[in-house]
Design a protein around this ligand. Structure first.
Ligand code: THU
Length: 161
C-alpha cells in the first residue's frame, strides 16, 4: 500500500488586514445574511462575489418547505454572477453566517456542493479565485477553491483523462 498526503493551504486574517476591496466584499456578505430566507433552519447565510471586472453580486440562502429544493447562499451568488457575466472570471467570494442571535464564532465553511460549484466556476475560466470564510474574529482564506476540495470530481473524469 502507498500512503499519499494531500496538503491544503489556508490563511487566517483579521478584518483590518484585508485590502479595502475585500473589506467591502466581507461587509456585503454580512449584509446579505440579513435578507436570507431561512425559516426552517434559522441559519442565515450571505455571500458576495467580486468579478474581475469589478462587478459585485450578492446572494443568500433560500429555503423551501420541500427541504432539498432550497439552495445555499454561495450558489445563489455565484450562479447569479456567472449568469450575468458569462465571460468574466470571479476574483473572490466572501461568505458569512448568522444563527442564534450572532454571527458564527468559527468561520463558516461551505458545504461540499458549493465547493464543487466554486471549482467549476474557476475551471471554466481557468482562473482560481479567493474564498474568504468569515467568523466573528477570524477570516479564513484560500487563494484557490481547490484547497477546499481535494480529489474533486472534475470534467477530466468525464473525458477519462
Ligand atoms: N447553507 C448555506 O447557505 N451555505 C453554507 O455554506 C452552508 C449551509 C444553508 C443551507 C440551509 O439553508 C442552511 O444554511 C442550513 O444548512
Amino acid at each position: 500500500m502507498e500512503h499519499r498526503i494531500i496538503e491544503t493551504h489556508v490563511n487566517v486574517f483579521h478584518f483590518t488586514e484585508l485590502e479595502p476591496e475585500i473589506q467591502v466584499l466581507v461587509n456585503k456578505a454580512k449584509e446579505q445574511y440579513q435578507k436570507s430566507y431561512a425559516p426552517y433552519s434559522r441559519f442565515n447565510v450571505g455571500a458576495a462575489v467580486l468579478l474581475e471586472n469589478g462587478a459585485l453580486f450578492e446572494g443568500n440562502n433560500q429555503e423551501n418547505a420541500a427541504y432539498p429544493s432550497g439552495i445555499c447562499a454561495e450558489r445563489v451568488a455565484l450562479f447569479y454572477a456567472n449568469a450575468q457575466f458569462p465571460d468574466v472570471p470571479v476574483r473572490a467570494i466572501a461568505i458569512a453566517a448568522y444563527t442564534n442571535g450572532s454571527i458564527l464564532e468559527r468561520p463558516i465553511t461551505p458545504c461540499g456542493a458549493c465547493r464543487q460549484v466554486m471549482i467549476e466556476s474557476q475551471t471554466r475560466f481557468n482562473h482560481p479565485f479567493d474564498v474568504y470564510m468569515i467568523g466573528r474574529d477570524e477570516i479564513l482564506h484560500v487563494a484557490d477553491a481547490e484547497n477546499l476540495l481535494p480529489l474533486i470530481f472534475s470534467e477530466q473524469a468525464l473525458r477519462n483523462s
